[in-house]
Design a protein around this ligand. Structure first.
Ligand code: EPU
Length: 416
């Protein structure tokens, strides 16, 4: 099994380019199921989750070509298999995103029910409830969601809880439904907006994406289009935190500061100097960071996907911080690993109290999920001595060439 070795203590300095967003690219690839014509997606990051999604789409019958790095052309002329098997859904929960488009286009879908995962229970009841309201008949049998609908119809759906992939699944399904669908209490994440923009370029009629009410007027068919994946706001935030924690100076290209307001506010509070222009963010950290309290919530508030990274920052900051995770039930797994590096953290329920210390110690630690892994990388970069991170396949799911990018910023990091 591969591991990452980090020799800590060096400030990150220099310039790197941010990749396309994993959580935008995954639903965009699934949008190709909605048309017989070709969909060309560019700025697709080279990540394990993307490989898994393309494997699933090929299994369903899509022709997938990758003419060059970052470009994918998908053609769903014939759908030969309407099943997403357990082996795929268990490695990547985002496979649930084929449910809505498959049902809308082919009238049937058979998707393995995702189980719980490292960060929480993560049920998909809202996806199912929405599709039922649109006329689908859904049965759970032998661990699979079996959905059938001759023709979906528009409906007014009020989500009980804000769900990102739930909003995306129903938005995709509604593009081909008969009549108007209104999604209320919808997720406002920028990845939802990116998907809506692509679907509209394919001929869909979607209004309100980015607000909590999205209106979709169904059309009889969608056509091919070209779409550029938005920048990865979580990768951007992760590098900004790493530079803040190490006292560095970095320039991140191909990104967009507007996607990160809540994160940038917290970094300013921690003492970072930040300049932004069209598609660049420059961050300089002169002093030791100050502790910052964080409470995760749906966009535009502070993202759960940045919580673990701020935990590492607070470990070496001046003062005491409180971090509260409100989205997932079990997303503080990194705390035990950070404690192995000497961090002073107490956990009560979904709240962590972090007492900043002078220095973390390098140690052997284990990655437990994608963002927890990122927090351990940041901890390793600031720690004294060597940190070895095990189970880094989690990182490869969501960070393109992380050790290459960190090395370009002067870090001593390598894979063994
Ligand atoms: N939820 C339900 N019922 C549902 C759907 C969700 O109870 O039917 C609950 C979840 O259990 C969770 C909360 O609602 O407690 C929010 O979950 P959501 O559905 O929004 O999460 P998701 O769509 O499965 C996406 C990202 C996650 C990110 C969350 C929250 C993708 C592919 N994944 O997941 O990204 O943490 O939104 O912003 O877009 C990551 O990249 O590391 C990652 C986990």
């Amino acid at each position: 099994m591969q591991k990452l070795v980090i020799q800590g203590g060096l400030p990150l300095t220099g310039e790197i380019a941010i990749s396309g967003a994993k959580n935008a690219a995954l639903p965009l690839l699934c949008a190709s199921l909605l048309t017989q014509q070709s969909l060309r997606i560019s700025n697709v990051p080279a990540l394990q989750d993307i490989v898994t999604m393309l494997t699933l789409l090929r299994l369903i019958g899509l022709e997938v070509t990758q003419p060059d790095v970052g470009n994918v052309i998908l053609s769903a002329r014939n759908l030969t298999n309407l099943t997403a098997p357990y082996e795929m859904v268990k490695t990547m929960r985002a496979a649930i995103l084929v449910l809505g488009p498959l049902l809308a286009r082919a009238g049937e879908a058979n998707i393995s029910l995702p189980g719980g995962c490292a960060i929480g229970l993560r049920p998909v009841d809202q996806h199912i409830k929405g599709l039922q309201a649109m006329g689908a008949s859904i049965q759970i049998k032998h661990g699979y969601i079996h959905a059938v609908a001759n023709k979906l119809h528009g409906a007014r759906i009020v989500f009980d809880i804000i769900t990102v992939t739930g909003t995306e699944n129903l938005m995709m399904a509604a593009t081909l439904a008969e009549g108007v669908t209104i999604l209320e209490n919808a997720a406002r994440e920028p990845e939802v907006v990116d998907l809506a923009n692509c679907l509209n370029a394919m001929g869909a009629k979607i209004q309100g994406a980015g607000t909590d009410i999205i209106t979709i007027e169904g059309v009889s068919s969608l056509h091919g289009a070209e779409h550029d994946v938005m920048p990865d706001r979580i990768e951007t935030g992760t590098f900004l935190v790493a530079a803040t924690a190490t006292g560095g100076e970095v320039r991140l290209k191909n990104t967009d500061a507007h996607l990160l307001d809540a994160v940038i506010d917290k970094l300013l509070e921690a003492g970072a100097e930040i300049c932004t222009d069209d598609n660049c963010i420059t961050l300089k950290m002169r002093d030791k960071p100050k502790s910052v309290n964080v409470r995760t919530a749906p966009y535009p508030a502070f993202p759960t996907d940045m919580q673990a990274q701020f935990m590492s920052l607070n470990c070496i900051a001046a003062g005491t911080a409180i971090i509260t995770e409100t989205i997932f039930e079990n997303r503080l797994m990194h705390v035990q690993e950070l404690k192995r590096m000497n961090a002073e953290i107490e956990v009560e329920g979904n709240t962590a109290i972090i007492h900043g210390i002078q220095q973390l110690d390098g140690a052997n630690v284990m990655a437990t999920d994608l963002r927890a892994s990122a927090s351990l990388v940041i901890a390793g970069l600031v720690a004294q001595g060597e940190t070895v991170i095990d189970r880094i396949y989690h990182l490869d799911r969501g960070y393109e060439n992380i050790e290459g990018k960190l090395s370009a910023l002067g870090a001593k990091i390598w894979r063994v």
